[in-house]
Ligand binder design. Structure first.
Ligand SMILES: [Zn+2]
Length: 211
């Protein structure tokens, strides 16, 4: 009988160590003699066929599927199921995940939470809501060197949401991230009237004193 978290998510930008963390957790399940399997969508063409590879050289066997529904076909024997590059699965991954959870499987899914525009990526936000543990990994910003990169910067011009490849992207912190101009925030800040400033000040004065 499985105990602990049933649906774990490992999210973050590129180069944050998501795949190596996924492989590490799957290896731990294997050490506990639990049958495991890792799936990745066919869209991701970077790894060798039938493998998940991390940038630090870790690799594990993976089944490449054309559609999320195929996961149900190949996972009946497994108790712990890994999903890599979850952002590339279609929306039908949501039903598949709910089905697997009802089948009392344990799921560990890794994926990008944001795309190159800084927008939530594919089914990942929905999966986050279904999960019971989330680890958001950060990378090193390739522009300023801080440890807080959470965005994936596209370094070539293209308006395709999915453009697979490592050389076309780099990890950036929120301050160094430059989304394409059409996706930059263009909110006009509302002007505050003198009367509203007075009201805000009086409200602030009524706030309990900081201890
Ligand atoms: Zn930076």
């Amino acid at each position: 009988m499985l105990t602990g978290y049933r649906f774990e998510m490992i999210i973050g930008c590129m180069s944050a160590g998501k795949s190596s963390e996924l492989i590490r957790r799957i290896e731990r399940a294997r050490l506990a003699y639990l049958p495991t399997i890792i799936f990745r969508p066919a869209t991701d063409t970077r790894s060798k066929p039938d493998h998940v590879e991390s940038r630090n050289g870790l690799a594990s066997h993976a089944v490449v599927v054309e559609s999320a529904k195929e996961i149900l076909k190949y996972s009946s024997h497994a108790v712990v199921i890994g999903l890599d590059e979850s952002q590339f699965f279609g929306d039908d991954i949501i039903e598949v995940v709910m089905t697997l959870l009802r089948q009392r499987k344990k799921l560990i899914a890794a994926g990008l939470d944001l795309d190159y525009r800084g927008k939530p990526f594919g089914p990942v936000p929905h999966l986050l809501a279904l999960s019971d543990r989330v680890d958001k990994l950060l990378a090193v910003c390739r522009k300023c060197g801080s440890d807080f990169a959470s965005r994936t910067q596209r370094t070539v011009q293209s308006s395709e949401q999915i453009l697979v490849g490592d050389s076309e992207y780099e990890a950036r912190c929120i301050d160094c991230f430059e989304p394409p101009s059409e996706f930059q925030l263009k909110l006009d800040l509302p002007k505050t009237t003198a009367q509203e400033v007075l009201l805000l000040k009086s409200v602030a004065n009524q706030m309990p004193a900081q201890v």
